[in-house]
Design a protein around this ligand. Structure first.
Ligand code: WTA
Length: 656
């Protein structure tokens, strides 16, 4: 359970007057407008925020719910909205991207230059035979080129699927195979924290694993110029193909529902799911939330520290800020390199006014700044900041207060934005000029988002009572389906028990009895949130048992962790006798490395405990809730009478 504090922080007076949503009454008016006529509300905003090639004729088609269709009859292009429209508005010379490399090198690109780059890239993709509807997997370093390749796919109607650069060859292969991609775009290496990490070599390994026969070509951006394998005939260098291309490119006008991208995320069971997003509805919410939640103004410098491999990087780097003509920072590196003052230095250097990061980054910086006081934000001039944001996991009040006081100088509202890969953009969040803040609470739904809390049978619960978070009405940027698996889409998000048309978020939540403010209490399924990264316990278990030589059985649970929010704890039964001492440590290391190879370093279990067995019911079911208590170091208070082998709990409680 996350705690909330009861202290209220009202919006700064100036912001309550001048923000896009000025004051609580303005927020309430929008909520009422949406309540009164949901479709008219979204229709008005879709016309106001986006530029359509052909206007839509119907706002929402519910005839095949939960496969909702938005903005029927409308055509547009996402890249046209993000680039051409801004150049036409007179923002051609405005800086779109300020790229800061790991080593501090800075590159700026104006809207006009970015448009030309995206056009050259789009023409290159067309020259390689990529057509509308084809899937392109992007396994890239954080870079201007990374953002541009996503935009280039959108420009020609190709569906991108970005895979985070920390995933292993095996995980990359699975995603390439599931999308049936014909092209993979990558970089030779990526540079983070002073280290070079291979990307191209991992792509080669992924393709060699088989199952990706649809891939005809690999397009490579030369980031470091390091020695990397090159397959003649299959591999193409951006540096050779792009200069030949024209820097104009007619956009492919697509239907509002045309898939813009797929992004894989973890569910409670089975393989990661390819979450499919649309063009029109997604782009609308990306732009609208950037405008209202961050109160974005023309003079702002926006910085979202997420990687483009996650949904936050999609919505709040590649699409939202660009759709509004914003200037934004794109950062290649990590918060603690060369030291923990990197963020503060960058905020000052680039005069960042809106800063959006994850609680896990804040917590690790608090620790680092305690250890090295010279790196504390108080030594840096952060007066350019106006608004702070938090995303990815609950922010605990202590981290919230530190962020507010030391980074925001006590002046800047913190928008604690709750949302998911599946929701495309913010769902429950304060608006900085409207919503009084309570540390630890994501406060109230974004206008037009019908979020509420229900019990197992779908009955709405009164404020004060915890239950399951749901959304009662469709919204434009909602997930459209799971790629290739519409049945799983229905089962996962629109379960029959709740009537089949209500979106089930997978999180638990409770509303404050007085204010109605939401607090997210954590996932109600077997999904973990480690440093803001979603991981399925089953995925990690499958990776462990895939080590068939060593592992007989494995169960994975999360436990609270001060820095990463949750930590992965694996309980493992080996095919040999239970190891102890040094042997246990050696095998634990081998298994961690194995999981890194199977999924990626982010999935490495922090704790590995060995047992002769796992706690099971008489019918053979692993009792995970007991394992969660053991992992957290708590005394077992639950009923263990149905347990076949209660003595196993003592053994598993031992730390190697
Ligand atoms: C969690 C990231 C509390 C939640 C945008 C959700 C949060 C999952 C918050 C989605 C928040 C995200 N407060 N919990 N402000 N934001 N979460 O798909 O459990 O990577 O279901 O999307 O992160 O993670 P995802």
């Amino acid at each position: 359970m996350s705690e909330t504090s009861t202290q209220l922080y009202p919006p700064p007076a100036e912001m309550a007057r001048t923000a896009h949503v000025p004051g609580f009454a303005a927020y309430q008016a929008l909520v009422q407008e949406a309540d009164a006529d949901h479709q008219a509300f979204w229709g008005r905003l879709a016309r106001d925020v986006l530029t359509w090639r052909t206007p839509f004729t119907q706002v929402l088609d519910e005839s095949n719910a939960p496969f909702y269709r938005w903005f029927e009859g409308g055509t547009l292009n996402a890249s046209h909205n993000c680039l051409d429209v801004n150049v036409e508005r007179g923002l051609g010379d405005k800086t779109a991207l300020i790229f800061e490399a790991d080593d501090g090198t800075i590159t700026r690109e104006s809207y006009r230059q970015l448009l030309a780059r995206v056009c050259r890239t789009a023409n290159a993709l067309r020259a390689m035979g990529v057509q509308k509807g084809d899937r392109v997997v992007i396994y890239m370093a954080m870079s201007i080129e990374g953002v541009a390749t996503m935009q280039a796919c959108a420009r020609i109607g190709a569906i991108h699927s970005v895979v985070f650069g920390g995933f292993s060859a095996q995980a990359l292969r699975d995603r390439i195979a599931d999308t049936g991609a014909s092209l993979v775009i990558t970089a030779d290496e990526q540079v983070r924290g002073g280290k070079r990490l291979p990307l191209k070599a991992i792509v080669d390994d992924a393709l060699a694993l088989g199952g990706c026969e649809a891939v005809r070509q690999v397009l490579m951006y030369t980031r470091t110029g390091g020695q990397v394998p090159f397959v003649p005939g299959r591999d193409v260098k951006m540096s050779e193909l792009l200069p030949e291309q024209a820097d104009t490119c007619e956009p492919e006008w697509v239907d509002a529902e045309h898939p813009l991208f797929l992004l894989y995320t973890s569910g409670s069971t089975g393989a990661p799911k390819g979450v499919q997003h649309s063009t029109g509805g997604y782009l609308l919410h990306a732009a609208l939330t950037t405008r209202w939640t961050f109160d974005l103004r023309p003079e702002d410098v926006f910085w979202c520290t997420a990687d483009i491999g996650w949904v936050t990087g999609h919505t709040y780097i590649t699409y939202g800020p660009l759709a509004l003509g914003a200037t934004q920072v794109v950062f290649e590196g990590v918060p603690t390199y060369p030291d923990a003052s990197r963020f503060w230095q960058m905020i000052h250097k680039h005069q960042v006014s809106i800063f959006y990061t994850a609680p896990t980054a804040i917590r690790s910086l608090i620790k680092a700044c305690e250890a090295a006081p010279a790196q504390h934000p108080r030594h840096f001039d952060l007066s350019s900041l106006r608004i702070l944001g938090s995303v990815g996991e609950p922010i605990n009040p202590a981290a919230w207060t530190w962020y507010h006081e030391h980074v925001g100088g006590g002046r800047c509202p913190i928008v604690d934005t709750f949302w998911q890969t599946e929701t495309g953009g913010h769902m429950i969040t304060p608006l900085p000029g409207a919503t009084p803040l309570v540390p630890g609470s994501c406060t109230l739904p974004f206008p037009g988002i019908a979020a509420t809390i229900v019990d197992e049978t779908g009955n709405e619960l009164p404020w004060g009572q915890g239950g399951m978070l749901v959304v009662k009405r469709p919204w434009p940027s909602m997930i459209r389906t799971i790629w290739g698996n519409p049945e799983r889409f229905k089962k996962s998000y629109f379960p029959e028990e709740l009537g089949g048309t209500i979106y089930l978020a997978g999180d638990g939540a409770v509303r404050d009895e007085q204010t109605g403010y939401f607090t997210i209490t954590g996932r109600i399924d077997d999904v973990l949130n480690v440093s803001g990264h979603r991981m399925g316990t089953m995925e990690i278990e499958s990776a462990l048992v895939a080590h068939t030589e060593l592992v007989a059985e494995a169960a994975v649970v999360g436990r609270p962790d001060d820095t990463t929010g949750e930590a992965i704890c694996a309980f493992v039964v080996l095919k040999r006798a239970r190891p102890t001492g040094e042997e246990a440590q050696r095998i634990a290391k081998e298994l961690r490395d194995w999981v890194a190879k199977e999924i990626g370093p982010i999935a490495k279990p922090k704790d590995i405990r060995f047992g002769d067995n796992l706690p099971k019911t008489r019918s053979g079911k692993i009792m995970r809730r007991l394992l969660r208590s053991v992992a957290a170091g708590q005394a077992i208070t639950q009923d263990t009478s149905t347990l076949e082998n209660p003595q196993i709990l003592t053994q598993l409680a031992e730390v190697n």
